[in-house]
Design a protein. Structure first.
Length: 290
């Protein structure tokens, strides 16, 4: 347990470092482009350049972590069959539908206390308007996130059991988004991507992550009612699949005290508490009074 506690603390510290460096890179780039290059905030945001440099700085912070650690998932020699692929796609669509319902419920609840989450809703559903932002959203972000969360974090946790590795890496992935709307969605997607990485290799997790982001970009720009109805229907089917899989396969039974202790230790340590506080502050600070 002592080794587990130490390893998990290191992962939390690395995640905190990665998040802070990414944020620092984004802010520094915005300041330079706005103050010294005379570009408006809208131009800066649309260019995607702040996120490119944020990713560069964050990954640079992991330079002491060699590529073998980032890719510590051995490539599986088996590939998912078509039924698994269809089920995963439907599950992701179902998660998106549930996230939409959740955002409406959360907005209604916060409205009773005179708070709004419009900024977070817009951030979670905004579509890319330039090639720079498209390249970041569809390729760079999912690729680097898979290297960090499924390659490095999940890969280092899997020695302590699949349940702990999947749950904790997905939880970290959700928090990393620092958005009340995106956290539950990213957590659920993190479980799917983690399962794919463990069962079929990191490459499949990357493919699905790229595909999910590409599909989201496309659907955010679709206005045709027929396609929207098809998407909504697929989402409802996806929810049914989630319920079925939850009943049949994903009833997590905590059978040992040792597993419970791991879950507690993984969250109750200084870097985890700091990161949770950082996430909570970021979310609360972005709420707007109405």
């Amino acid at each position: 347990m002592k080794k587990f506690k130490g390893d998990v603390s290191v992962l939390w510290w690395r995640l905190l470092q990665y998040s802070l460096l990414f944020t620092l890179g984004v802010l520094m780039t915005r300041i330079v482009m706005n103050e010294y290059l005379g570009q408006s905030q809208t131009q800066v945001q649309a260019s995607g350049l702040p996120y490119f440099l944020g990713i560069f700085l964050a990954m640079l912070g992991l330079r002491q972590t060699n590529l073998n650690q980032l890719l510590c998932h051995p490539t599986s020699h088996k590939s998912p069959d078509w039924l698994v692929l269809v089920a995963m796609i439907l599950v992701i669509l179902g998660i998106q539908t549930l996230t939409t319902l959740y955002s409406h419920v959360l907005a209604t609840l916060l409205h009773r206390f005179n708070y709004g989450i419009q900024a977070q809703v817009e951030a979670s559903s905004a579509n890319s308007t330039t090639w720079g932002m498209w390249l970041y959203s569809v390729i760079l972000a999912p690729l680097t996130e898979e290297l960090v969360f499924r390659g490095y974090i999940l890969g280092n946790l899997k020695q302590y059991g699949r349940s702990v590795a999947l749950g904790l890496s997905a939880f970290m992935f959700g928090l990393y988004h620092m958005n009340a709307i995106q956290i539950p969605f990213a957590f659920a997607i993190g479980l799917i991507l983690g399962y794919l990485a463990l069962e079929y290799g990191l490459v499949w997790a990357i493919i699905f992550h790229l595909g999910n982001n590409l599909f989201s970009e496309i659907m955010n720009q679709v206005t045709d009612k027929t396609w929207l109805m098809v998407d909504n229907f697929a989402g409802l089917v996806g929810i049914a699949v989630i319920i079925y899989l939850g009943v049949k396969f994903f009833k997590i039974k905590v059978q040992s005290q040792k597993l419970k202790e791991k879950l507690v230790v993984s969250l109750w340590n200084p870097p985890a508490v700091i990161y949770l506080a950082y996430c909570f502050y970021t979310i609360v600070e972005s709420l707007n009074n109405i």
